[in-house]
Design a protein around this ligand. Structure first.
Ligand code: AMP
Ligand code: MG
Length: 402
């Protein structure tokens, strides 16, 4: 039985970042960048108007007022994408629509609503100043600015930024393909009638929904019988990662480790000093990974969260693939004796600048309701008794699931 930290190290040592692939920007949300992104242009690319109005030399309006407006003849009109060609900028104002180029000879734009909106000549009633309502080149993004670094995961907010600098595609890292197998003669697919001693397969659905943001293809197979033949067939998947639930404990029909090792998988570890999830199994075959998660549904969910998801993130090129924990004080009524490291869902509350963590009151590793309404996982070191102000580590779901 190995320590939690050792198990994490062994998993990371054995999982490799997958190859890069070019993706259209609209298909790149949730993928990690395989390259730094440096802006090849200035945004705005040229000097343009931020308002519909008149381009002026601000000095023209220095002395104007409501009683004594400045009256300036209008030369022409420039539209966004359609500039006017003019040669009388010393004497005439130019009508400019939002986004239209503003010639260098003008240093301000006065919005229509601040004028009498004249036709051949226009009246200005108050002074303006240099740069007013003009967007300078590079005002938002300067040419050469590094906007994204390799390993960053693109969010839905980022795609517009890639488009604005003219990128049609980016280099990303492929996400792993995956087969999720629910082992156990007792399993039946939700939706079927529950007969005899069957139970519904919760784990393949729970795992599927937890991992889907980090996977390419994910095949889910609900019921693999506890026989050598069926397991052999099911484990013979070409995908990058194979995940099983159940069949890794001490039971007479817990065959996953034995069958896997008889068909070419090499054991990296079996059993970790954690609760829940002690029977967790990890093996490799070439570049393929096999995660044997325990059958108890909370154990499967917790081990999926702490071992499988970080591994998938590493394979998918995420720079932040490791679990980042934050210290908290464990609520005294929450301390639980445990010979193994306790990694259990719970609540985080802030109290005078400290975070107070308390475990979900549901204490069974078979009970998925222990997850409901919780803020994340709490890691409590092995302890034989209650201690005052015990420090624990916390990981919010938002960090695990994104
Ligand atoms: P095992 O590790 O196969 O002995 O399973 C431990 C417990 O988890 C047993 O009570 C199983 O019935 C239950 N179990 C196994 N697989 C699943 C699953 N996919 N969904 C819900 N419960 C499961
Ligand atoms: Mg079983």
């Amino acid at each position: 039985m190995i320590e939690f930290e050792k198990a994490c190290d062994l998993i990371f040592e054995n999982c490799h970042t997958l190859e890069t692939e070019k993706r259209l920007i609209e298909d790149a949300v949730g993928f990690a960048l395989a390259e730094d992104i440096v802006s090849p242009i200035n945004v705005a690319p040229f000097r343009n108007s931020a308002m519909d109005g008149f381009a002026v030399k601000s000095a023209w309006l220095d002395k104007c007022s409501a009683d004594s407006p400045a009256v300036i003849p209008i030369s022409s009109t420039s539209f966004a994408g359609n500039p006017a060609s003019i040669n009388n900028t010393d004497t005439h104002t130019l009508k400019v629509m939002t986004g239209a180029r503003v010639p260098d000879e003008f240093d301000a734009v006065v919005p229509f609503e601040d004028t009498d909106y004249g036709e051949n000549e226009v009246r200005f009633f108050k002074p303006t100043f240099q740069g007013k309502h003009i967007r300078e080149p590079g005002e938002d993004i300067t040419l050469g600015r590094k906007l994204f670094t390799k390993g960053m995961v693109l969010s839905r907010l980022d795609i517009g930024i890639l488009a604005t600098i003219g990128l049609r595609s980016v280099m990303t890292v492929r996400k792993p393909s995956m087969t999720i197998l629910g082992t156990g003669d007792e399993l039946t697919e939700p939706g079927n009638e529950l007969i005899g001693d069957k139970i519904y397969d919760a784990n393949t659905f729970a795992i599927y929904s937890l991992v889907s943001p980090f996977c390419g293809i994910a095949d889910r197979i609900c019921r693999v019988a506890d026989t050598k033949e069926e397991l052999e067939k099911a484990l013979d998947s070409p995908h990058d990662v194979i995940v099983t639930s159940g069949g890794v404990s001490m039971g007479e029909r817990d065959l996953v480790t034995k069958v896997a090792e008889s068909c070419g998988w090499r054991r990296v570890f079996h059993k970790a000093k954690i609760k829940p999830g002690k029977p967790v199994y990890f093996a490799v075959r070439g570049k393929q990974l096999l995660f044997g998660l325990p059958g108890n549904p909370l154990s499967a969910t917790v081990t999926c969260s702490i071992f499988l998801i970080p591994a998938l993130k590493k394979m998918a090129g995420y720079a932040d693939y490791r679990l980042a924990t934050k210290p908290a004080v464990l609520s005294p009524d929450s301390v639980r004796k445990s010979k193994r490291k306790l990694i259990w869902p719970g609540l985080f509350n802030s109290d005078s600048g400290r975070t107070i963590a308390s475990f979900s009151s549901q204490k069974s590793s078979a009970a998925l309701t222990a997850l409901q309404g919780t803020d994340g996982l709490i890691i409590q070191k092995a302890t034989s008794g209650v201690t005052e102000d015990m420090t624990v580590e916390t990981i919010p779901w938002s960090q695990i699931l994104i």
